[in-house]
Design a protein around this ligand. Structure first.
Ligand code: 3PG
Length: 306
């Protein structure tokens, strides 16, 4: 009997676990559950004899791959796979996958939710501003970016995008204006919604110079990764631009300094919660389980990222 470990430091909603189990039961696979673990040693122990692994943002390091002697496949139930050591996976003949698009709506709704919140002074009761008529720039027009664009249009925002990897016509077909550089995007929009992945090229790539191009009333919305921000330069911008505001799904490392000096100009979720809805958990978790069964039974490698 094949064993599938679901290792989630931040657990799926119970309904998602039930549905993952149903998929695995049908295939006659055993589900092993490791939730809310607090030590890496527990993860290393649990992974020892499993054939497949489902994780969220849990770090699948070289050590984890080394400990998982029977592992054939790891699926990151979500979009960003910067938590997987792909080299280690490949070296050990482990297929790595993600489940693109499955949790995007939850993330997009949070992006707009945080925008309304900051525009209304974090619901402090003070007079705020509206999103209607404002310009939003979508930095990377992937699954989440596309949904943010759609919802932002519902708010009556003017939507712009920059994505060098996407076909211009496809973006324009969504009623979104395509700009030709990052600089143009940031100079044009009061709101920037970040959807770039965290990799060697993008880490710390969003800093003072690019953010300072934003017009008055600048608000940066980050539901991507905190690592893409240059935090030293972020603090400099906060200090120099009184109009600048930052909302982010997971606090930056410099959150205490921001909280101390720039009250009312930020909002940070206490834990990464963009994808933390029952619906997103079910979609991503069930997709992960199906991808595992489909790979083991039929050799299907759709969504392989290594
Ligand atoms: C993703 O990359 O899919 C999101 O950041 C969600 O991450 P999570 O599964 O840890 O909530």
């Amino acid at each position: 009997m094949k064993k599938v470990l679901v290792a989630t430091e931040k657990p799926f909603a119970p309904a998602a676990v039930t549905q993952i189990k149903e998929v695995l039961d049908k295939a006659n696979y055993e589900l092993v559950l490791l939730e809310k673990y607090t030590s890496n040693a527990d993860f290393l122990k649990a992974v020892e004899d499993v054939d497949a692994l489902i994780v969220r943002s849990d770090k699948v390091t070289k050590e984890v791959i080394g400990a998982a002697k029977n592992l054939k496949i790891v699926v990151r139930a979500g979009a960003g796979y910067d938590n997987l050591d792909l080299e280690a996976c490949t070296a050990s003949n482990v297929v790595a996958m993600n489940t693109p698009g499955q949790n995007s709506n939850a993330v997009a709704e949070l992006a707009l939710g945080m925008m309304v919140m900051i525009a209304r002074g974090n619901y402090s009761g003070k007079a705020g501003t509206e999103l209607k008529g404002k310009k939003i720039g979508i930095h990377a027009y992937g699954n989440v970016g596309q949904l943010v664009a759609k919802i932002a249009k519902g708010f009556g925002m003017e939507v712009y995008a920059f994505d060098p990897f996407k076909n211009k016509k496809d973006i324009e077909n969504d009623g979104v204006k395509v700009l030709s550089s990052v600089e143009e995007l940031y100079s044009s929009c009061q709101y920037i919604s970040l959807h770039i992945p965290a990799n060697d090229k993008t880490k710390k790539s969003i800093g003072f110079d690019i953010l300072n191009k934003m017009p008055k009333g600048a608000t940066l919305v980050n539901t991507a990764r905190k690592e893409v921000i240059n935090e030293e330069e972020l603090l400099k911008l906060f200090a120099e631009r009184e109009d600048f505001r930052y909302v982010s799904d997971i606090a930056p490392d410099c959150k205490d300094e921001i909280a101390e000096k720039f009250e009312g100009r930020f909002f940070f979720t206490p834990k990464k919660m963009g994808a933390q809805t029952a619906e997103a958990n079910i979609n991503a978790g069930v997709a992960a389980a199906n991808q595992i069964v489909n790979f083991i039974e039929n050799g299907n490698t759709t969504f392989k990222v290594n």
